[in-house]
Design a protein. Structure first.
Length: 650
């Protein structure tokens, strides 16, 4: 019996709801009514016998050969695309796996689903695609390899069998291992089936096997790229903003080219294995619907960062979307669509009703050959507290971001608004927002009308200049222009005094205290320094715990107490200035400079000033942890009543 049906009946048969989950009674009744409606319909006679959905994690559309990429990364997919409905401008609902999968599996954006932190990304009150198919009599199976999709986060909801494959080689199971497991565990049924496969071979770190690792690779003998990733000198992934961390990382164009070659090799490897995977699933081209897509893309420093989950540019959210079925009219569809459109499309395929709150629209008529209507696709930033979204449509890409200094630390104005012509400028390098004001205004209106969280993000608010920002006085003790050499011996700690501060020995450290009158608000921190040798660490933090007892990096407070952190590895002949908008969270705030290794640095000045910038009390801010719940919040009376009935724990 399907999971949704059995879940609903089990609740009411026992006369109870899931323990420990704060559900309102009305919300549960509505969820039960929806499930009762869904389980009643049964699939249409012309519905596909089986639906085979393959998601290739981190696969950006423009690195596929059939999409115009110069390298032949996808020979099998090139042929498959000719036989399928090929949506050329499909947009993922977010730029990370959990939020994107949760969104397209429910037809609702991740921020619609959540008002709390992980692990539960799909609340039990939502109806997933697996539950939709199960209610129509389909057997539902899944094989997933991302650790983010393990059981307990809600992604398994509605699947009769949900296989999470543990890796035989780090960091995740390969598509070869998926194929092997499918061959062992899968036995076709006589009835209908919905099967979801999620592979990770294209996700970082990129480790394609021989010969795919050298298929596109240039000659390379540097040690920056190792095991399919870029590392900094401390052995951490160098996922960074180039302009800001130019003195932190030694990354050259050859490093990026080689890293990208490993990514392309992983695509080619996956492409070569897809027909084997379909063979293991007993694919029947005359009856089965096959969907091949991705949850998000990947960036390679096109706009400053590597990886995903950062900026919402096309390299992160433009994904392939191919659907093949004998009843569908194959060919290219050029207008924007959203991965959110799959849920209502499935509902129409099955003859099921559409629940309220769906973000997408059905593509069924388009799949059968009707003209593609105008569509504006929206993608949301992965972080629930960072207001950022992109809108794609009419050949344009529009992006708005609040708290801009979260990704661009040196920016003063907290909002970013950008508009790009995707036909003339597919790399999004020329911002047209101030030159095409009417178009930017229209996209801004579309975003604010479709997503209430952006209602306050009007052009009048977000288009302010840096010159409009004013500052308070320096909250740290000022360093006068008069040079004053001061050397710290090992084990000593001192406060910054007027004049220059010179640190010249390993494990030396100096600090200055600030009294912050308005914690939690924007402040501008500026450090002027010269690194003559070695490396230096700067931190702004809330506590001085253990620093006096032991002068070393290990003694610094935990990350929860650190408002800002910067390390410089590159000595220079001239003076450097690092500036960042920061949010001190404590009335007592400390600036700390430390030399963790032998070296010499001269700190010429440090300033921490209150920055008066527009601040919104928006819905993006999470409530305190103790007030978060897994569903609609209960009144104290309802909570007491349901606790007494045994539905909730104390």
């Amino acid at each position: 019996m399907h999971h949704a049906r059995s879940k609903c009946r089990a609740w009411f048969a026992r006369g109870q709801f899931p323990r420990g989950r704060a559900w309102s009674f009305n919300a549960l009744v509505l969820a039960a009514m929806l499930v009762a409606i869904v389980v009643a319909f049964g699939a249409r006679a012309d519905a596909p016998r089986r639906v085979l959905w393959i998601t290739i994690d981190s696969l950006r559309a423009d690195h596929l050969h059939y999409m115009g990429y110069a390298k032949e990364t996808s020979p099998w997919l090139d042929t498959f695309a000719e036989e399928a409905v090929d949506f050329r401008l499909a947009i993922a609902p977010s730029n990370v796996t959990r939020r994107s999968v949760a969104a397209y599996m429910t037809g609702k954006y991740g921020l619609q689903l959540l008002h709390e932190e992980p692990p539960l990304h799909i609340p039990m009150g939502e109806t997933t695609a697996a539950e939709l198919f199960g209610s129509a009599g389909y057997r539902t199976l899944a094989w997933v390899t991302p650790s983010k999709l393990v059981k307990g986060a809600g992604f398994e909801q509605g699947f009769d069998k949900y296989y999470v494959l543990l890796p035989h080689r780090a960091p995740s199971a390969s598509i070869d291992e998926v194929i092997e497991h499918v061959r062992r565990a899968y036995t076709p049924s006589q009835g209908n089936e919905f099967i979801y496969i999620h592979t990770m071979d294209v996700h970082l770190p990129y480790r394609p096997p021989i010969p795919y690792d050298r298929l596109f690779a240039p000659a390379y003998d540097r040690g920056v790229v190792r095991e399919g990733a870029i590392f900094d000198r401390r052995g951490h992934y160098a996922i960074c903003n180039f302009p800001y961390f130019s003195h932190t990382h030694d990354i050259q164009p050859l490093d990026i080219e080689f890293l990208m070659s490993q990514y392309d090799g992983a695509i080619r490897y996956t492409d070569a294995k897809l027909p084997e995977l379909l063979e293991a699933l007993r694919y029947d081209p005359g009856n089965d619907l096959v969907i091949i897509t991705a949850d998000h893309g990947q960036q390679f420093f096109e706009h400053g960062y590597w990886s995903h989950g950062k900026l919402l540019f096309p390299e992160e959210i433009h994904v392939p979307l191919l659907l093949r079925h004998p009843d569908f009219k194959a060919g290219r569809r050029s207008k924007a669509v959203s991965m959110m459109d799959l849920w209502p499309t499935f509902a129409d395929l099955l003859g099921a009703p559409h629940p309220s709150g769906l973000a997408g629209v059905s593509l069924l008529r388009v799949l059968h050959g009707e003209a593609q209507p105008l569509r504006f696709a929206i993608s949301e930033h992965q972080h629930p507290c960072i207001p950022a979204a992109a809108v794609v449509g009419e050949g344009y890409f529009y992006r708005v971001m609040g708290m801009a200094h979260f990704r661009y630390p040196w920016r003063l104005w907290p909002f970013i608004e950008e508009l790009y012509d995707l036909n003339a400028d597919p790399g999004c390098t020329q911002n047209l927002a101030l030159r095409m004001v009417e178009t930017a205004n229209r996209f801004n209106t579309i975003l604010r009308e479709q997503d209430p969280r952006y209602r306050e993000f009007s052009p009048e608010l977000i288009r302010g200049p840096d010159a409009a920002v004013r500052f308070g006085p320096n909250l740290l003790e000022a360093i006068s222009p008069k040079p004053l050499r001061w050397t710290v011996s090992p084990g000593q700690v001192g406060t910054i005094s007027p004049g220059e501060v010179k640190l010249a020995v390993p494990e030396a450290q100096t600090y200055a205290k600030a009294t912050v009158a308005e914690p939690g608000h924007a402040h501008l921190l500026e450090v002027t320094y010269q690194l003559r040798s070695g490396e230096v660490v700067f931190k702004l933090q809330n506590k001085l715990t253990n620093v006096l007892a032991r002068v070393s990096l290990e003694s610094l407070p935990a990350d929860d107490d650190v408002a800002w952190h910067y390390e410089s590895y590159r000595p220079t002949a001239g003076v450097q200035i690092v500036r960042s908008v920061v949010y001190p969270t404590s009335p007592e705030t400390y600036f700390i400079a430390a030399l963790p290794t032998p070296g010499e640095v001269i700190i010429k000045s440090v300033q921490l000033r209150r920055a008066f910038v527009p601040e919104l009390e928006a819905e993006f801010k999470l409530p305190p942890r103790e007030q978060r719940s897994l569903g609609p919040r209960l009144s104290p009376e309802d909570r007491a009543r349901m606790t007494a009935l045994g539905y909730l724990d104390d």
